[in-house]
Ligand binder design. Structure first.
Ligand code: SF4
Length: 330
């Protein structure tokens, strides 16, 4: 039996909110204050049930499609980005749009447009059906082919094998993406790389922290929602890097006490769309069961911030004495 005194928690840092999620959530909160409820939001603003529920309580209305928004209303586009056709639909309905697409997703959109303009076949590494992938594909639907992991490489068909480039979803596993690119390069030796990493700094940093933490933990608990790509990846990375067991939970009450059997060290982290209060809930749950000793594991420091969407900045600046809540440093 594990002695209570030896039980401990390793807490990964960085974890939780990234700059893109922080900006997107603030966008909806500030829009509600600035314009009043309701504010419509196309898709989940970020992939976290708690965040969505909290914003709904404040007056946000989440819709799946732009056509569900009443004519002339305000709609916020989520952090995952949208295809150009969605902007056109919104303009057709005279909607006032606020685009909370993460700037790092916008960067991938721009890369897709540039490669398509040069008539490359673009191999987009990502997960089928994910909103970000749908949005990026919409920038150049005739040029983009989805590659869903290394096993999908054999299925790729291109017009000219010497004129091929790859891009990726921002929230993938770094190691799996490297494996996919290696396989693609075996088939297409002249494959062109993106101008810079598409897997974003936040995804990479959270995976780096979980790798270091998992090496010293028998069990890893990742706080995050099932539709959050980067959170699901953290569970996989934990298992690949030393944890005997790893689970994804939205809330502390989803933890099964049986997972703790024989466990001395529990690793805790959270996905990029998770507010830290949910992690504190998990830490409190663990402390009640003898895991009160918490040590942070911080292999990399993170300081990225993004400025609010330009539509919101413009209206806030117009307010006498207005102070913009975020300074652009990212
Ligand atoms: S996970 Fe990365 S790409 Fe996605 S919102 Fe956060 S910073 Fe942006």
């Amino acid at each position: 039996m594990t002695s209570t005194t030896s039980r401990r928690v390793l807490l990964a840092k960085p974890r939780g909110y990234c700059a893109g999620v922080d900006r997107a959530v603030q966008t909806v909160e500030i829009a509600l204050e600035q314009y009043g409820a309701p504010i419509y939001v196309r898709k989940q603003i970020v992939h976290n049930v708690h965040v969505v529920k909290t914003l709904e309580e404040k007056g946000a209305i989440f819709v799946d499609e732009t056509e569900e928004v009443p004519e002339g209303a305000i709609v916020v586009f989520s952090a995952h980005g949208v295809a150009p056709s969605v902007h056109q639909e919104a303009a057709g309905l005279s909607l006032r749009t606020i685009d909370a697409t993460c700037p790092l997703v916008t960067k991938v959109h721009k890369e897709a447009v540039r490669f398509a303009r040069d008539d490359f076949d673009i191999l987009l590494i990502g997960h089928e059906g994910h909103e970000e992938v749908i949005g990026t594909t919409g920038e150049a639907p005739d040029h983009i082919h989805l590659v869903d992991g290394p096993d999908d490489v054999a299925n790729v068909q291109v017009r000219d094998p010497d004129k091929v480039a790859w891009l990726s979803q921002t929230t993938l596993s770094v190691s799996e993406t490297v494996a996919t690119v290696e396989k693609l390069r075996e088939r297409f030796p002249n494959l062109l790389d993106p101008p810079s990493d598409d897997i974003c700094y936040a995804t990479q940093n959270r995976q780096t922290a979980v790798k270091e933490m998992a090496a010293g933990a028998e069990l890893v608990i990742v706080v995050g929602s099932r539709n959050s790509s980067n959170s699901v990846r953290l569970v996989e990375v934990a298992k690949e890097h030393g944890a005997d067991d790893a689970h994804l939970v939205d809330y502390a009450d989803e933890i099964d006490p049986a997972w703790l059997a024989g466990v001395t060290t529990v690793g805790v982290t959270s996905g990029a769309s998770v507010p830290d209060e949910l992690v504190h809930g998990v830490l409190a749950w663990l402390a009640e069961r003898g895991y009160g000793d918490v040590q942070e594991v911080e292999p990399v420091e993170e300081h990225m911030r993004f400025s609010l969407p330009k539509e919101l900045r413009r209206d806030l600046r117009a307010e006498p004495g207005a102070q913009l809540p975020i300074t652009p440093v990212g």
